[in-house]
Ligand binder design. Structure first.
Ligand code: HEC
Length: 130
């Protein structure tokens, strides 16, 4: 707060405060679903990474930190690597999502096919152990 003489650094320190407080609560909000991890198809994971890079996902998601949406790593920590969860996430990507993470809304992606969305989901789940 001492550095608030310049408007810019004041804003910056406010933002850091907010990010720190978000960091503290991040453990509570993951609520991991119990279950064993199955194998991941590494080709699929790679293709998913590319699909995500070319879509709008990084407008709202980051790998390690919360942004407008939950961090991809936190999503990975919640869901076991199983087909049923990949399908669940794929449907969320296509239809949009609300209420799962206490964030407002994720817009639907009607132009993403089920196959593409499953591919994206396998990349997200591959971030679990990173
Ligand atoms: C406009 C911002 C925005 C964009 C763009 C966006 N997301 Fe999201 N995403 C969110 C928010 C917000 C949530 C949390 C919604 C909730 O609480 O249910 C979320 C949640 C998710 C989830 C977790 C759903 C669940 O049920 O746990 C996945 C997976 C996901 N996004 C993947 C993607 C992918 C892949 C893309 C790109 C195709 C994408 N998102 C683009 C904002 C966005």
């Amino acid at each position: 707060m001492i550095f608030c003489i310049l408007g810019v650094s004041c804003q910056q320190s406010k933002r850091n405060e907010i990010e720190n407080s978000m960091e503290k609560t991040s453990k509570d909000y993951i609520r991991a679903i119990p279950g064993n991890d199955g194998p991941l198809d590494l080709d699929l994971v790679k293709r998913g990474e590319v699909l995500i890079a070319y879509a709008d996902c990084y407008d709202c998601h980051r790998t390690e930190n919360r942004s407008k949406g939950p961090a991809f790593q936190d999503i990975a920590k919640r869901y076991p690597v199983q087909q049923v969860y990949m399908d669940h996430l794929a449907r969320k990507i296509i239809n949009g999502s609300t209420g799962a993470w206490g964030y407002p809304v994720m817009d639907p992606h009607p132009n993403v096919s089920m196959k593409e969305a499953q591919t994206m989901a396998s990349f997200i789940l591959s971030l679990k152990n990173k």
